[in-house]
Design a protein around this ligand. Sequence first.
Ligand code: GLC
Length: 816
Amino acid sequence: MNKILFFSFLFFILFAAKIFSSGFQFIGDVTSYIKKGNIVEIHCTNAKLQITILANDLFRIQMTNDLEFPIDHSYSVLPIQKSPTIFPIEKKGDPIKISTNELVLIVQRSPCRLAFYDKAGNLICKDHDSYGMGWQGAKVCCWKELHDEAFYGLGEKTRGLNKRGNVYSMWNSDFPGYTATQDPLYQSHPFFLSLYQGRGFGIFFDNSYRSHFNFGAGTDQFFSFGAADGEMDYYFIYGPGFKKVLERYGELVGRQPLPPKWSLGYQQCRWSYYPESEVMTLANTFRNKEIPCDVIYLDIHYMDGYRVFTWDEHRFPQPKQMLDNLKNMGFKIAVIIDPGIKVDADYKFYQEGIAGDYFCKYPDGSLYQGQVWPGWCHFPDFSKQSARDWFGNLYRGIIDEGVMGFWNDMNEPATWGGTFPDIVQFDDEGRGADHLKMHNLYGLLMAQSTYEGVKKLRPNQRPFVLTRAGFAGVQRYSAVWTGDNVSSWEHLKLSINMCLGLSLSGINFCGADVGGFMGAPTPELFTRWIQLGTFTPLFRAHTHYGSPDQEPWSFGDEYEAINKKYIQLRYQLMPYIYNAFYQSSVASTPIMRPLIYNYQNDPRTMGMDDQFLLGDNLLIAPVYQENQTARKVYFPAEEWYDFWTDEKIVGPIEKLVDAPLEKIPVFIKAGTVLPRQEVMQYVSETKLDPLILHIYPKSGVSQDSFYEDDGISFDYIKGMYCTTAFELSVDQKQLTFISDRIAGKFLPADRSYLTKIHAVNQIPRLVKLNDKRLIKVTSMDQLLENEQGWNFQPEYEVLNLKYPDTGKQMKLEVIF
Ligand code: GLC
C-alpha cells in the first residue's frame, strides 16, 4: 500500500513539473556568488549564471538551468586569451557591482537582472525587469529593456538597415528569387549592434540552433533574442563607437584575411558557360573589347553529371590546356563545388567517402541521402575533422589543373524539398549532434574545409572561396554573395541593405549578383547595377540558366560604353579598394559602410540605406529607380567634392544631385589622398606605375595611409608589405604634401608619382620637391614623358605633378 502511495505521489510530482515547465521559467533570485579568476559565477534560485570578463569592454554571459555548464566549444569564437583585466566586485549593499575600466555591470539580486553602464553611470543596456533570462523546455531566451534604440547587423537580412520593429530568425535557407521581406535566408549571423543615446554596443549570441530576434515587433516592452535549443551564451561588447565594437567582434570570431588581389577585379558568371569554345569566346570578347575582367566562373555544367571534382569530357576535353590558355590571357577560373556527393558506386569520391566514413547518417547508422543536382547524394559531415580534411584535399585535382577560385553553393544545406531532416546525425567534433544544431554551421564548416584544403594544396597563395551559406566566423574563410536575387529595381536596392547588414556583421567581402540572377534585366537596370557593383566589395555579374545574355556588351553600344567605363573605373580605384580590404583584414573595418558607421551621432544617418561609403573616403549614392536622372543625396557634416565635377559641397546638407544614365553620384571627403592606377585589363597586368594620387584639399592637416603588398602570397604576414603615410597641410598660401614609406619590407616596383591636386584655382608661384624647385612643363603630354615637373590645367582646376618615388620621404610644397 505504501508503495502505491509513493508511486502515485511521484507520478503527481512529475506530472506537475511537466505542466509547470510548459510555461516560461525565469532564473529567479541571486542566492550566492563566487569569483574564480576572471569568472563570476552567480547562483540563482532556478539557474546558474557565469559572467566571464574577457576585456574591459567585453563580457561573456552564460546561463544554465542544469547542474553544470556544458563543455565549452564554439565553431565561431576563436580561442580567447584569458584577460589580465582587474575588476573589483563591490559586495556591500544589494546589487553586486563588477567594474572594469570601461564598463560597470550591476547584478540586481532579487530578481537576478544584469544592467550594463558606462563609467559615467549612463545606462547602456539592461535586462527586462520582469523576465531577464529564462527558458521553456529546450528553448532559451533573454529579454532586455526597450528604449528608443536602433538595431543593426544580423548579417544578410532583407528589409531596412535599422532592424527596429521587426523580428528575424536564423535558419540558413535557400529561397531562389526571395522577396524583399523574406526571412531567414542563406546566412546566419546572430550578432547585432545597438545604439542607445549615442552609445553603441554589440551582442553576439553564440548559439547555432534556430534562433530568433525581436527588436520591438509587437511590443514596446523589450527586445529579445533566444533559440530553440542550446545555451543562453552571449558576448556583450561595448563601444561606444561602432568601430570599436566591430573591431572587438573581429577579435572574437575572426576577420576576413586579405584575399588575392585579383578577386577584387570584375568577375563574370552565368549558369553556365559551356562548352570550352563558349568560355574562350567569352574570354576573347573581354580582351578584344578591352573590358577588364579577372574571373570567369564555371557553373554546374562543367562537371560530369554534376559529380563534384570531375569534368564533363565532351564539354571540356582538355581542362588543363584551357586553363593554361586562360591564365596566359590573365583570367582566373572559379568553379562551383556543391557539398552533395552523387550516390554512384563507380564514382571515386563516393567510394572514398563511404570508405572513410565521412558522410552524415541517420540515428540508426544508415547513410542519409538527399536529392540535389546529381540526383541522390550523400553529404560530407563537415563537423568531423577527418571529413573536412578529406573534402579539402579533393581540390587537389582541379588545383593541379589550374583552377583558382572555389565557389561553394547549396551549403545551407539545401536539398530538393528543403533541407536535411532534423534527426540527421553529425559528429560535432566528437560530441555528436543532430541536424538542428548543425544546420546553420554547415556552410561555415564547408567553407573552412575548402579554404584550409586549398591553402594546404597551394601553399603561400591566398585562396579565394565564395560561399552562399555561412555562420558567424565564415569571414575567416570566404567571401559571401547574397544568393538567388531577381533582376528588378527592388532587388538592386535590396542588395545594398543586405550587403550593409553583412558589413556590420563582420562579413566585409560581400556582393550581390550584378544584373540579378532570376529573370532578365533591362539594359538600364543592368547598367545601374554595374555602376553599383563598381563600388561593392565583390563585383560579380551572374544570371540564371537559359536567361538572355548578361555580359557588359549584351545591351547595345550605348550601354556597353557606360558599363566599360565603370569596370575600368573599378580597376583605376584598385589601389584604394585594396587598401580598404587591408583595413578590414586588420580591424574588421567595413569596406562598404552605412553612414551610421562613420556618423553615429548624426540621427539623419540612422536608417540610411540608399547611400553608403566605400572605405573611409568615398560616398556612393546609387540610382535604384527606373528612369531616374537625379536623386537626393545626404552629405554628413564634412566637406565633400563631387567625383565627376569637383564641385565642393559642405555638409550637413541634403541636395538633389544630377544622375543621368552614365553617372552614379560619387563624392570624396575633403582631405582625401585617393590612390589610383591606370586602367588594366586584369589585376597586376602591369606594374603600378605611375601611382596616381588624387588630392582633394581641405584646410588644416589631414593624414592617411596606403597599404601595398604582392597581392597574392602570405608573405605580408612576414613583413613583406609597404605602408606609405600621407600628410597633407593646406592653408591659403601653401599646400604641403608629404609621403613617406613608414613600415614593411616590401619594395614596390620602380615608379613615379603622378599627384593631381584638385580644386586649384590659381597658378602656383613656386613648386618645390624636397626643397628643390620643380620645373613647370607646358603640356600634360610633356609632363607624362618627363621624369619630373608640374603642369596646371586651368580648365579642370587641377595641378599635376610628376616625380619619381624614390622610396624615401617626398615633400611637395605648392606655394601660391
Ligand atoms: C544556385 C546558386 C546559383 C547557381 C545555381 C546553379 O541556385 O545560388 O548561383 O547558378 O545554383 O548552380
